[in-house]
Design a protein around this ligand. Structure first.
Ligand SMILES: [Zn+2]
Length: 169
């Protein structure tokens, strides 16, 4: 049987508002075709992220450099992102009409350079350059971090359970 290659890899990340330090976990798409980090405006509104208006709106560009039909990026949100002990504070562009709540595009992938298994969807954070780790400032609040740790512990437990199950059969 031919093994299928995934076209989309998603990861569960912790996201924290920097104004209230409230945290949530959310499924984010890893997308090397995205030129930026993107949050859907519907998701951002629902979660109460505080919009920061750009002085000069930016045209959304596709990877090939052409202009995207979604139009202008007028707002960003500032967040702390947590994933497998990797923390960073960053601004994310807010765009409407997105299928995904959050897309971690090329800037994030380039910074952390994760190992991605395109058959299993497994993501390993093994190649993050040390200097980035030092630059990243954690962190006002802890709730995003705590939730993310809980989530990852749950996932690890589930993984172990599945492996055990496999050995039994
Ligand atoms: Zn990293």
């Amino acid at each position: 049987m031919e093994e299928k290659t995934l076209r989309e890899v998603m990861v569960k990340i912790g996201l924290e508002r920097v104004d209230t330090q409230e945290g949530i976990t959310v499924e984010a798409l890893l997308d090397s075709g995205a030129t930026e980090l993107v949050m859907s405006s519907e998701f951002a509104r629902k979660q109460g992220f505080k919009f920061k208006k750009l002085e000069r709106p930016m045209q959304v560009r596709n990877v090939d450099g052409s202009f995207n039909k979604e139009g202008l990026i007028e707002n960003t949100v500032e967040v702390n992102i947590y994933y497998k002990r990797h923390v960073e504070r960053t601004e994310i562009d807010v765009i409407g009409g997105q299928k995904w709540s959050v897309i971690l595009g090329m800037p994030w992938l380039a910074r952390h350079n994760p190992e991605i298994n395109w058959r299993t969807g497994e993501v390993k954070m093994t190649r993050c350059p040390e200097e980035y780790g030092k630059q990243w400032r954690p962190v006002q609040g802890k709730s995003g971090w705590e939730k993310q740790k809980e989530e990852e512990a749950r996932e690890e437990k589930e993984e172990r359970r599945k492996k055990k199950e496999k050995r039994k059969n």
